[in-house]
Design a protein around this ligand. Sequence first.
Ligand SMILES: [Zn+2]
Ligand SMILES: [Zn+2]
Ligand SMILES: [Zn+2]
Length: 726
Amino acid sequence: MQESLTFSLENLSIERSPLITRDKDEDDEADEDYHVSISYESIDESNEDEIDDCDPSDDEVQPDVIVNSPMVEPISMYPSTEGGSQFWGNLPHYTNINWNHPDEEDIPGMDLGSTWSIGQDLYVGLEFENKDAVKNAVKQNAMRMHQSFYVVESKKTKWVVRCPNAHDGCGWYMRAIESKRSDKWKVTQWGGRHTCLNMSLSQDHAKLDSELIATFIQGMVNQDPSIKISLIQERITSQTGFKISYRKAWMAKQKAIVNVFGDWEESYAYLPRWLQYMKEIAPGSFYDLCHDEFFVGNRCDRGYRQFHRLFWTFTSCCDAFNFCKPLIQVDGTHLYGKYRGTLLIATTQDGNNNVLPLAFAVVEGETLLAWSWFLSHLRLHVTNKEGICLISDRHRSIKSAIDNEAIGWRPPNAYHKYCIRHIASNFNTRFKDVKLKQKLVKLGYTPCKHIFDRNLQKFCESNPDVQRWIGAISKDKWSMTYDADGRRYGHMTTNLSECVNKVLKDCRNLPITALVRSTYTRCAEYFSNRGSRALADVSSGKVFVSKLVEALQKNQEEACSHQVCRYDIESSKFEVQEAFDPITQTGGKKWVVNLKERYCQCGKFTAFHYPCSHVIAACGVVSIDYYQFIDPVYTSDYVLKAYSGPWEPIGNEDLIPPSNEDWILVPDPTSVRGKGRPKSTRIRNEMDWVESSQRRPKCSICKQEGHNRRNCPSKSNNQSISFEDV
Ligand SMILES: [Zn+2]
Ligand SMILES: [Zn+2]
Ligand SMILES: [Zn+2]
């Protein structure tokens, strides 16, 4: 392995040195070193197998720990200046995946000759599309035959490999070069089959490196970026017969994510351009991208801006909120990617129980400043009306932000309520009593005030500390019955937000632009699916949404057995008695109903905004249409209106115009995930980091510093001219 190691080190020095003068020689590989993919190979390949070998305990690393460790290595701070656009040109969207055969897609570099296949002997004259195809073929062949090889020479137009047992007389040898005439790679020398003994079946195969695995699992990662490492290990074992370490599978997954969704740093650089375009195709959408000065040492570099926060919302979501429940749940969740961060989400629900995300933000953490910033944007750009119910956990930052009048979430604008599950969980932490905790949740959900008061008293009798604890939280914040006017629409938790979190779970380890894009494509999908269903409902004459019809049918059945006494000539006051069941000894309760005040003593009418069984029974006796007491949010018409907002397809992203900004957005270097890194690679990577962050990239088109070819001003001029010509 001596030669191949030297080869790697050579590449390393080229990668690291900012002063290298490019050789004009065609054979020079320096060009390629600016590619992300080549950087991986030259730096990682020699190294990761070592880690696997020297530390077998890596296999036992728990997924939790790995989640906190860094994603891809911080090799280049800046977008690669060459060949970068292919990442964005080929970006797959969730809609164009073949769900039946998610793995059936072209693997780059796997376009082998039509007659030759893996497992057969190589021969002189055998042709491949490109260098990667040669490498892949030789690697896979080595695995299939349980043989190995090392790289003797690797140039831009030449690749030479030899059997590691050459000194013992094995003549296996291959030389492939790029043919000047056909542009293809051709095997020009082949030393015949191995004469050495097959190496013993190993647990892991050195040539089955993370890069090769990445090409195997690209389809899986595309379908589910949060795919479990153990699944990747299983797949590779079944496909190749080799067991691979957790770490190798983990690294392969990160590389596959880069292959499918683009490079992390490049994603930051691309973000302003993508957002600008999104706002163009979805006018009225709002985003706020906050960025700071970027320092190299003590010097501020004006060519770059450092990412701080991003808030975004789509115009159709904002419009939809007018036809959803006047209810918003907010929640924060960690990002899993290479860079640390917190995703904040605001969520609402339509009358048919569909969850709809309203706004998103990527922030540094759940700090008071971040929540204040998010909530004031939410107030200004999404929910500029009165009487909104805001449900959250009791995070101190959220509470302080809402207490601040200037943020805009004080009554009458909004009424802040707590999630009962979070309160119950806090309670259990304090009192360590699961039974009491369950009673507390049940109390929260009790719609009738009299029953609630009685049960709360019993609940507190057990322990004066319990009484003090629960007494310190205002009842209107956690109880359904003290939620005057039923602002919560019966929602006692932040389940909606958690539901959206689950939907977006596999997006949370994506580079930032891919994350924002996936919120766009998913919302668009919600709208087209739900909108067309609502349209069908309205067309077929269904006035109310199916969830409400189900609930009303149940109430109506119960109403049949109620006995109603009328108390006034205006037909507004009633006493409704439930039937007594002699077998279960239940029922027989009496409730006051006041139709004029839209009130039933049971509390459900107020809480859910549609008639309870008692109201239906009372209406039946005096022949009043109870439909008038149903909140319009439950009509098919409202749901249709909510989802009738337009969405534009994003299309070919290569055609997105360049950013107007004269700086490049870079991630905050201090937010790179650093926990749980193996010590052996840590120092090296930190050094790489410092050096690469000081390198100033040059534009490959105009050779100027301070921008790359993606946002090169000269390129945009050329482009606009050529478009006009057409
Ligand atoms: Zn051999
Ligand atoms: Zn009732
Ligand atoms: Zn340029």
